[in-house]
Design a protein around this ligand. Sequence first.
Ligand code: ZN
Length: 502
Amino acid sequence: MDHPLWKELSARMGELRDLSQVSGLLTWDQETFMPQGGGGHRAAQLATVQAISHERWVDPRLGELMAWAQGEASLSETQQAMVRNLVREQRRAVRVPGRLIRELAERQALAVEAWRHAKEAGDFHAFAPHLEALLRLRREQADALGHEGERYDPLLDMYEPGMTTARLRPLFAELKQALIPMVQAITEATPPARWRVEDFRYPVERQWHFTLHLLEAMGFDSTRGRQDRSAHPFTCGMGSGDVRLTTRLDETNPWVAIFGTIHEAGHGLYEQNLPAAHARDPIGVAASMGLHESQSRLWENCVGRSLAFWEGQDAVLRRHFPEALEGVGPEQVHAAACRVERSPIRVDADELTYNLHILLRFELEIALLEGDLQVADLPGAWRERMERDLGVLPRGDREGVLQDIHWAWAEFGYFPTYTLGNLYAATLFERLQEELGEGMERALRGGDLLPIRDWLVEHVHSKGHRFDAEEIVRGATGQGLEAAPLLRYLREKYGALYGVRL
Ligand code: ZN
């Protein structure tokens, strides 16, 4: 029999979750079906829901209940884990003054608007004062949240609970040092014969149909989720029984939809298989953004960009696009899916160069936050590092420093989660291959993706946020956050594909 105070605390945890999912649903609708005229109403609705949520987080009664729970010896381990997550989230809400939250929200809205115009015009100067203001507010917020180490830590912690800058620096440096010569060797090598994807047109209805087939094959439950179209694919979970994902269809490039769907379904499977018993408490969520991204990247890259996968999908793919695939085998499809190219644009980047884009942003945003780099000098610093690390120069700021929306959203600390996702994905995939052995390749070649889904459900999804991301990965694989598994994976895969020793 639970203590009456625990029941009261549980009810409050449930309401906080509901409010956050309502915000998610409003945002999903805004990106998919809302008519253009709804923008003003939606902004007001979202602001109201968020204000109610904030009031609940700072309610002194919640503080009292949490103080009781923290001192209560009779709580189970599970309940203690809930309280630990709750305390972290509540600290984030109460330590930052309401004035700062409001100012941030207003500034973000203005900055996103300014960023759109600045990007369009390729004019960084129009965006610079907004970036300046957002950095000042985030510095203030980081100091209000408090940090023992670097100022970047509390911002990073918002997306990746428990992670620190000091932990990331050496890891990212190791990665960068290894990746630069690998990219060099691959771009100098002769590429394998590949499917000339760009020579054909791909009717969007057939693409849509093929993505639905992929969802089913991956074990995405369509009675507890759905796919729609949006300009920028994303996934939004309103509980494990209602997971929405989106994809984008491009008649000239089928990869956009195929890998968009596989990626988002990786996120979607995580959301669908979170522990149902904890649907309304702080354990029933993903452990971090990095771990979330590891699920999408594992499916997209480790599985979706493997030869065995395309062997298993060959017949269905051929049925959908018979003209484009005439005389083309799975090896060529695989080679086309794994093409390496130096590009200034992060979202177009391949597996090999992708992390270099992230490391550049990581270094620059820390320098900006610490005041070691002035906003006015940012475009120059960007170009210099781009050329040095990626060997490519953007044509103007539109292709350079203005390409991503993240900084306009004031999301400093978010970019590293993409690379954390790649690192965790490779670590998990290595272990998964060891455990499933030959059976995995065999299943993939037969078009059966369920053994992979089941392994991930058991070792990652069903854990929810009972532990932090690295502990979950360690529990599943015996190793924590390391660069070695990703480097091994890339060396082996791209070395074989391009016929070079990496
Ligand atoms: Zn993702």
